[in-house]
Design a protein around this ligand. Structure first.
Ligand code: KG4
Ligand code: ZN
Length: 358
């Protein structure tokens, strides 16, 4: 049996700290969470996240404020990640960061910090694609628990605030995009519909909580008819908005009187769209190693629905731990670990990118 996770070979370039133990400091700053993690030989030793409460006041992420908050948070978060991991700065073998996609001002903070750290320590710098990292979060190993990782090929539904994609992973580095949203992401549908109902940002978790007490069949909303394995959520958002506008015109208290049912019905519709395409992708590819990832994969209804489909179709299902669903640096570090094994390092001329093709 081959060793899992695989171990590093000798580096071709001469860097400091070329020990057999590969310890990666990872930074994630693509949106409104500042996160730092330490990963050692594929195991997560620490994963710290500083949330930015300031955006709640504005009902969404304000890019300039996010960038400033990252600047204030990054040093203390890195310090804490090292402390929790019990690692000194001179024990770090490489530094990884999110190159994109994300908010440029936010990405710049993480990228600049990582470059500075790598330069001072003379260690490799590893760039990571945020979307691929969400999928790779399924390979995060932890000491002291039974680690289950998917086999290949692995079909993953990536559902976040900015993306809704169906991805096939063929090995630790090869991923094919099977389907994508043609407009809004699933998380955006949750967040925007929540905003229409006057709920705080981010609306996804709030709708999840409200839906638990509601009737999912109370209301019906239009579902898109999109060919193949692509998604669309802008029609649902509009249909939800017009539905509420008409009902509120008749009864100004309609939203507050039906909040739980509205949340449950909206959630059911989003889940049906997502699960319908996931089942279809599994049938078309014949893949039964299935996972979900990204912020929306924390949704309790989606997890339940995926569980029932797994039973029905005999899937080997992977639901991420909650700490790996929303943005976190552990997923960046895990992705970077496999890049380290392939010696995929980047030079210091690299710049962050707000948009990156998958
Ligand atoms: O992956 P993520 O943290 O950031 C992006 O890369 O976009 O995802 C954030 C998204 C938000 O839209 C948020 O509302 C949604 O994930 N989300 C949820 C839940 N928890 C987070 N949506 C539905 N149910 C949840 N429990
Ligand atoms: Zn994300």
């Amino acid at each position: 049996m081959t060793e899992y996770p695989p171990q590093a070979k000798v580096l071709k370039k001469s860097y400091t700290n070329m020990t057999p133990e590969i310890t990666i400091l990872a930074i994630e700053s693509s949106c409104d969470d500042t996160s730092a993690a330490v990963i050692s030989n594929g195991y997560v030793l620490s994963n710290l996240i500083a949330n930015q409460a300031i955006h709640k006041t504005y009902g969404g992420v304000v890019p300039e404020l996010a960038s400033r908050a990252h600047q204030a948070n990054i040093v203390p978060v890195v310090h804490q990640a090292l402390t929790v991991a019990g690692k000194r700065v001179d024990e770090i073998s490489a530094v990884a960061f999110t190159r994109g996609p994300g908010l440029l001002g936010s990405l710049l903070v993480g990228t600049s910090f990582a470059k500075g750290f790598a330069l001072v320590r003379n260690i490799p710098l590893i760039e990571v694609n945020h979307l691929r990292a969400h999928v790779m979060s399924h390979f995060a190993m932890e000491h002291g628990r039974e680690n289950r990782v998917p086999g290949f090929p692995f079909l993953c539904l990536l559902v976040s605030g900015g993306h809704t994609q169906l991805i096939v992973m063929r090995d630790h580095s090869t991923m094919d995009l099977l389907g994508n949203t043609i407009d809004d992401a699933a998380g955006e549908a949750f967040d925007k519909c929540a905003k229409v109902m006057g709920l705080p940002y981010p609306g996804g978790p709030v709708i999840d909580r409200l839906a638990a007490e509601g009737n999912p069949d109370a209301f019906t909303f239009a579902k898109p008819r999109i060919q193949g394995l692509n998604f669309s959520f802008s029609g649902l958002k509009t249909s939800f908005l017009y539905f509420l506008r008409d009902r509120v015109a008749e009864d100004p208290d309609f939203i507050s009187e039906n909040l739980n049912d509205l949340a449950a019905s909206l959630q059911r519709t989003i889940i049906e769209i997502l699960i319908g395409k996931l089942v279809r992708a599994s049938k078309e590819t014949g893949i039964c190693e299935i996972g979900i990832a990204g912020g929306v994969s924390a949704n309790s209804g989606l997890r339940l629905a995926a569980g029932s489909e797994a039973q029905r179709w005999g899937w080997n299902l992977f639901l991420p731990e909650f700490r790996y669903t929303t943005d976190n640096a552990a997923m960046i570090g895990i992705t970077a670990y496999y890049k380290y094994l392939r010696q995929e390092f980047t030079d210091h001329s690299i710049t962050p990118l707000a948009r990156i093709d998958f």
